[in-house]
Design a protein around this ligand. Structure first.
Ligand code: BV8
Ligand code: ZN
Length: 249
């Protein structure tokens, strides 16, 4: 867990509340930090997933082709972690916000399914889902929450082909319609909230930069500074699970 953020300056909080109060069209981009308070490790934090594993080793199609079992051991470990995780107050605050504003769209980079578990509806998973398995042979794709999986690597019941995690790996393209919808919504929103992301992975981070380039107000929530922090209307040095409930009281 990142160091506890210092107490929030009231002025920043007030500004954030003001942005939220007047917003009818809200777009939210979340990253791994949003699930940190649910006990799911982030990618680039001190205990980040990537610390123990290098992304090139595991989250790429080449790595999977080279050693499907190793890649699957990593995903099996993560599925086990996520299976124990529950949505945190940040996830729940977004569900309340969605119910309150006329237009809402949540685009998450997370593959853990915690937003859906909390009840978010108008959302897309830009990087897929750790709970989806896709057959490399026949392309069949299904949700499978079994943990542990009966065998590693798992095989397709239909054609016997190798199953892969239904996530987007480095070098793979994102679901283009979901990405396009998020970028367009960001360009036309009254407020874009960017929470729990280091904003280094593209094109997902492009949802945030699209709002900035369109001159829309962006509210960042992150205990650490990021490349966006100096560009946004308000950057709250805070944990999303602590501050979002205050903003969406
Ligand atoms: C694409 C799914 C082309 C799998 C992920 C050089 C070489 C190779 C590629 C590239 C390159 N340069 C650029 C690229 C493109 C690459 C990229 O952007 N690389 C980055 C690293 C530079 N992007 C791609 O490859 C993308 N595809 O470009 O394809 C293409 C185009 C068209 C047609 C064909 C091909 C695909 C990217 C998707 C990769 N998949 N994950 C899996 O999860 O296993 S990325 C992975 O990183 C996760 O999805 C994660 O969400 C995402 C982003 O990280 P964050 O979410 O931001 O998490 P991070 O740990 O970094 O940060 C956490 C933040 O939370 C921190 O800032 C921390 O302070 C904060 N925090 C901590 N606690 C809290 C908190 N905040 C709030 N509250 C708290 N409590
Ligand atoms: Zn198959």
């Amino acid at each position: 867990m990142s160091p506890s953020a210092e107490p929030l300056p009231e002025a920043e909080l007030a500004r954030a509340r003001e942005l939220l109060a007047g917003a009818r069209r809200v777009v939210v981009l979340t990253g791994a930090g949003f699930s940190a308070e649910s006990g799911v490790p982030t990618f680039r934090g001190p205990q980040g997933l990537w610390r123990q594993f290098r992304p090139e080793e595991l989250a790429t199609p080449e790595a999977f082709a080279r050693d499907p079992r190793l890649v699957w051991e990593w995903y099996e470990w993560r599925r086990g972690l996520v299976a124990q995780a529950r949505p945190n107050p940040g996830h729940e605050a977004l569900v309340r916000l969605e119910a309150r504003v006329p237009e809402f769209l949540l685009a998450t980079q997370n593959v853990d399914g915690l937003h859906q578990l909390a009840g978010s509806q108008r959302m897309s998973e830009l990087h897929g889902s750790i709970w989806r398995l896709r057959c490399c042979g026949c392309g069949d794709e299904r949700l499978d929450r079994a943990h542990p999986l009966p065998e590693l690597p798992p095989r397709c019941g239909g054609c016997g082909g190798l199953l892969r995690p239904g996530v987007v790996w480095y070098g793979e393209s994102l679901p283009l319609e979901a990405l396009q919808a998020a970028v367009e919504a960001a360009r036309a929103c009254d407020l874009a909230i960017v929470a729990g992301t280091s904003a280094v992975v593209y094109p997902a981070a492009g949802v945030a930069t699209a709002a900035l380039q369109a001159g829309r107000p962006v509210l960042e929530i992150n205990p650490e500074r990021t490349e966006l922090s100096g560009l946004v209307a308000v950057s709250l040095r805070a944990r999303s699970g602590e501050v979002l409930p205050l903003l969406v009281a």
